[in-house]
Design a protein around this ligand. Structure first.
Ligand code: SF4
Ligand code: SF4
Length: 517
């Protein structure tokens, strides 16, 4: 017989009120927040002189003209492989960091994490720390509660508007757009984009928070495939912390766990309780651990719940690895603080590799950090990342400021003139990527015994305006009797030269002679 239980597909949200925490990782996160938000809000305002005809914005996604400007680099539509290459590098970088250091992207640099952290900071400033916010949450809607909530929502809304506003500045000249936006002269698309991004920032950062990570983001499910027991992640050293609690061991389960610890210690595992951790930059662990008091001993965890109260995801890391954990390390800071206060070594909760656990339990030192990070999987990701990066750099450095594409007109493939000469026609696109007009001169390879002429021009010069592609029809003629005139096809190279800067570029094509008849 089977029994059926009706379980809801979605659990109602329990509000989370993370407590303020101080420590190394919290400070590190503040720095990362300042840098990432600074980059996001300020980048569109960086100016870059590119000449009279091009936009002076250092980073600009010019959708109207299908250009992407990044500092001195200008990407044209036909060079989209640069963007694709950067996206591949970003993906490989994410794979590399996830397999080496777990969810560092989620915990430190994901926009959802950064803005949620910022919104939480505002909430704490206005409503107070965890206990005050809990009290306010349970309080009835009186004047004080309305005042605090409205103030908080107003500040959140200002941040959300600034966030949505900053995004549109990436797509056009920022000072001009700001003027237009303030005078309500801007295109409706700009206002609609700002409104959508304001709403999503306000709702995601202010109200949905961890729900976005748990229910909306696919990344936690994907990255689990990139992690293995050697990945450095946030974990609780249960062999050191259990049985948890203060005072005498009262319950049977705790007593059994205590007995196991005592037996392990008797077998020489005592030192492992305080073994060094792979996380560098922290104080060394004591070489000689305190003696266990078997009759009255607990692990190092005093069950103070500090690690749970600071967790922005509302989980208890002592229950083991959980999909919700974004490895933000705030629980490490909280627990290290508790350990310092009770005179125990740090690292009860720590960044560690799960593969070290048996060694630590047995009293051996854990593997050095570099041996966890340098392994075939991470080396493979690094090599792939470098290959793509070097390829992109090479392509960037060999590309020219001038370019041409050559399309032979194939209908007809050639024309026989009245004097027997054979003519081919080509459509040549001349691309001037510079910020000022340039004059290009067209020519053929020096070994080609053919004449070249331009449609609508008496000479071989073409003026190409700044940042523009010009289509020029070109005639190439082989004299009757020349090998090219009678051959099936002859290799040909068209050259273009900037007459002032003396930069050259060329494209190979073919000349069809009468042999093709
Ligand atoms: S902060 Fe440390 S001591 Fe306190 S409950 Fe968490 S693991 Fe135990
Ligand atoms: S358990 Fe919570 S506080 Fe600790 S790393 Fe995971 S998400 Fe952060």
């Amino acid at each position: 017989m089977t029994s059926q239980t009706n379980q809801p597909l979605y659990a109602a949200r329990t509000p989370i009120f993370p407590r303020r925490v101080n420590g190394f990782f919290r400070r590190f996160k503040w720095w990362i927040m300042a840098v990432t938000l600074g980059i996001y809000y300020l980048t569109p305002w960086l100016r870059w002189d590119r000449g009279v005809s091009l936009p002076d914005q250092a980073v600009l996604i010019d959708l109207a003209n299908r250009r992407f400007y990044f500092l001195w680099i200008e990407i044209w539509p036909h060079e989209f492989y640069f963007v694709a290459g950067l996206l591949i590098m970003a993906g490989l970088g994410l794979f590399l960091f996830t397999s080496a250091l777990g969810r560092v992207w989620c915990g430190y640099t994901c926009p959802q994490t950064v803005w949620t952290d910022l919104f939480l900071l505002v909430e704490r400033w206005i409503e107070g720390d965890r206990n005050a916010r809990l009290r306010l949450h349970k309080a009835t809607w009186d004047v004080r509660k309305w005042r605090l909530r409205l103030t908080k929502w107003a500040v959140w809304l200002m941040i959300a508007v600034a966030t949505g506003g900053a995004w549109v500045f990436y797509f056009t000249d920022a000072p001009t757009l700001l003027r237009d936006l303030l005078s309500f002269d801007s295109h409706p698309a700009a206002y609609i984009t700002i409104a959508i991004l304001t709403a999503t920032t306000f709702i995601f950062g202010g109200f949905l928070r961890e729900q976005v990570c748990i229910y909306m983001c696919p990344w936690p499910r994907i990255q689990a495939a990139m992690m293995d027991p050697d990945t450095i992640t946030v974990a609780y050293r249960d062999w050191r912390g259990e049985p948890r609690g203060k005072g005498n061991v009262k319950n049977r389960k705790a007593a059994e766990a205590q007995k196991a610890v005592a037996e392990a210690q008797a077998a020489g595992a005592g030192v492992a309780r305080y073994a060094g951790t792979p996380y560098p930059g922290k104080e060394a662990q004591p070489a000689t651990p305190p003696k266990l008091d078997i009759a009255n001993e607990h692990g190092d965890c005093i069950d103070c719940m500090a690690c749970v109260n600071v967790c922005p995801m509302g989980i208890d890391i002592r229950n083991g690895q959980q999909m919700e954990c974004i490895t933000c390390a705030l629980c490490i800071d909280a627990c290290d603080d508790v350990m310092a206060r009770i005179g125990k070594p740090r690292g009860l909760i720590d960044y560690l590799a799960l593969s070290d656990e048996p060694a630590e339990r047995a009293g051996a030192a854990p593997k050095p950090l570099w041996r966890h990070i340098l392994r075939p999987r991470t080396i493979l990701y690094t090599v792939m990342w470098l290959l793509v990066g070097v390829g992109l750099l090479y392509a960037l450095f060999i590309r020219s400021d001038i370019e041409l594409t050559v399309s032979p007109v194939r209908n007809p493939t050639f024309v026989v003139l009245s004097d027997g000469d054979v003519r081919n026609i080509y459509d040549v696109r001349l691309r001037n990527k510079a910020g000022e007009e340039r004059v290009f001169r067209l020519s053929l390879s020096s070994d080609a015994l053919m004449r070249i002429a331009l449609e609508g021009s008496d000479n071989l010069n073409v003026a190409v305006p700044a940042d523009t592609t010009v289509l020029q029809r070109v005639y190439v003629t082989a004299r009757a009797g020349d090998p090219a005139a009678s051959a099936d096809s002859t290799a040909l190279r068209l050259w273009v030269e900037d007459v002032t800067a003396q930069i050259r570029a060329s494209k190979a094509t073919t000349f069809n002679g009468r042999g093709a008849q």
